[in-house]
Design a binder for this molecule. Structure first.
Ligand code: SF4
Length: 241
């Protein structure tokens, strides 16, 4: 039995294997015969799922946010990840670069992930709306309700076990329409086998640095839950070997 002591690549690999399904792995034959090829094909299939989704939505005009965007920012990261982070919407840097969380708030998110020993490239990061709200305003309920169909498709491809909502907008859209982030942050909510953790948006932390202590407590919980999912997958993989 192998147990990771940190958020290891082996943990991620085992998680990926588990996501693919033990029955599928067993069906491959002796001791993972063809497993590497299968892993590669599965990753390719998931990437194609997200690539195909991007091509379907890159010209989306379902809500008024399409009028002033530069480009749709679908999300980025590991399509096998058990952990998905959902922010509010792209800002100016994200709109320009086509990637989520690359501005100042993104840099703070990177620091928090690094402090929690969660490599950014191992997880998947996206937003509740995929086009920049003008002036970085909060997306309206209608915009979120329209765009959520794209996020649902991402859930179907990635099938995360843990979803972190950053700030009020994704927390209200995914957990509770009445939620106030200051009241609900740091508390796990489980829905259909997926654990949700609401916490502050890094942009809020830049404006209110005194809240970083609470956000760090939330990230420690997220780290522990993420480690637990990886360790479970590693345990299962140990029984397959
Ligand atoms: S925010 Fe979402 S629903 Fe609105 S135009 Fe962009 S991709 Fe389409």
């Amino acid at each position: 039995m192998r147990r990771p002591t940190a958020l290891s690549i082996s943990g991620i690999a085992s998680y990926n294997e588990k996501v693919m399904g033990n029955a599928s792995v067993a069906a491959l034959g002796q001791k993972g015969e063809g497993l590497e090829q299968y892993r590669g094909e599965e990753t390719e299939r998931m990437r194609m799922g997200l690539d195909e989704l991007y091509h379907r939505v890159k010209d989306c005009a379902m809500c008024p946010l399409h009028l002033r965007r530069t480009q749709v920012v679908l999300g980025e990261g590991n399509p096998h990840s058990p952990l998905m982070i959902v922010g509010e919407g792209p800002g100016a840097d994200e709109d320009r670069m086509g990637r989520p969380f690359v501005g100042k708030a993104g840099q703070l998110l990177n620091k928090m992930l690094a402090a929690a020993e969660i490599p950014r490239e191992q997880i998947y990061i996206t937003n509740i709306v995929k086009c920049r709200p003008p002036g970085n305003r909060t997306p309206t309920e209608e915009e979120m309700n329209t765009c959520i169909s794209i996020l649902r498709r991402q859930f179907l491809v990635i099938r995360p076990k843990i979803i972190v909502t950053l700030g009020s907008a994704p927390t209200r859209a995914l957990i509770d329409p009445q939620a106030k982030i200051t009241r609900v942050r740091g508390q796990w909510v489980e829905k259909k086998g997926v654990r949700f953790m609401p916490t502050f948006h890094p942009a809020y932390l830049l404006r209110n640095p005194e809240a970083k202590r609470e956000a760090w407590a939330d990230f420690q919980q997220i780290r522990d839950a993420y480690k637990h999912v990886l360790a479970q997958a590693d345990h299962t993989a140990g029984h397959i070997d």
